[in-house]
Design a protein around this ligand. Structure first.
Ligand SMILES: CC(C)(COP(=O)(O)OP(=O)(O)OC[C@H]1O[C@@H](n2cnc3c(N)ncnc32)[C@H](O)[C@@H]1OP(=O)(O)O)[C@@H](O)C(=O)NCCC(=O)NCCS
Length: 221
């Protein structure tokens, strides 16, 4: 993904907060909206999640499993990440950083579940875990992505469901995720798994410099 040079000017604030009001009052303009959501494993409908996984794996040659630190899994993840780098809607608040080739993709603190069609990784969800103590902090979704041509077949919901089923069985209780307001597929996939939206954010850009500001900066240059 190409970095937007203007993006460094952006401010991301809670919708309706005092900061939101005062920035808008100062002429800042909304460029994007995003949301965050939480799932509490104590409210989990495990049968429903198991159904989401089973419905996906009923498709021919489709298998869902946790990814390992093996070179084969790492190559599969990097391949999918490269193929979908430009597919994340929204602005800075929901931007996806391409994965680095020289960093481990999975570890004790970063776990991932994938759906394979044969040997091809077609869906992936990556989650960050804050320490080994399940009560230490929420499990945060890093990102979830499905290969183009495989979307809308329940695979995004299924890998998310598989990850929550496994990590809640290990004792993790709080799960958080988020996304761009216009990303209906992401919102609905998360709702299907049991996440409830509890925060809304706005991304604002500053007012364009007026003629006086431009003259000042020209003088300084
Ligand atoms: C977001 C994404 C992961 C969803 O995965 P998916 O496999 O296509 O989603 P699913 O098939 O599991 O569908 C989930 C829900 O979204 C709905 N949906 C799927 N595609 C949709 C679309 N294009 N528009 C509206 N709704 C859509 C489905 O009907 C389903 O809703 P339901 O549970 O109420 O029936 C996938 O679209 C994607 O990879 N997008 C690009 C990357 C991205 O935006 N990732 C999310 C931010 S990290």
């Amino acid at each position: 993904m190409t970095a937007d040079p203007a993006a460094s000017d952006r401010r991301v604030v809670r919708a309706g907060s005092a900061d939101h009001g005062s920035l808008e009052g100062d002429g800042w303009t909304e460029v994007a909206r995003s949301w965050a959501a939480e799932l509490d494993a104590r409210d989990l409908d495990r049968d429903r999640l198991a159904h989401l996984v089973a419905r996906a794996t009923a498709q021919p040659a489709l298998r869902i499993r946790e990814l390992t630190a093996s070179p084969t899994d790492a190559a599969a993840v990097l391949g999918l990440d490269r193929a979908t780098a430009d597919d994340y809607p929204g602005d800075v608040a929901t931007a996806h950083e391409p994965l680095a080739e020289d960093e481990p993709i999975v570890s004790e603190r970063r776990r991932a579940w994938g759906a394979f069609e044969g040997d091809l990784l077609v869906a992936l969800t990556v989650l960050d875990i804050d320490g080994t103590d399940p009560n230490a902090g929420p499990v945060e979704t890093g990102f979830t992505v499905v290969r183009r041509g495989h979307r809308g077949r329940g695979l995004g919901s299924a890998v998310k469901a598989a990850s929550v089923l496994a990590l809640s069985a290990e004792g993790h209780r709080r799960f958080r995720t988020g996304g761009a307001a216009e990303n209906t597929a992401s919102l609905r996939a998360n709702a299907a798994v049991g996440y409830r939206v509890d925060e809304e954010w706005v991304t604002l850009r500053p007012p364009a410099p007026g003629p006086a500001d431009s003259a000042d900066s020209a003088e300084r240059a």
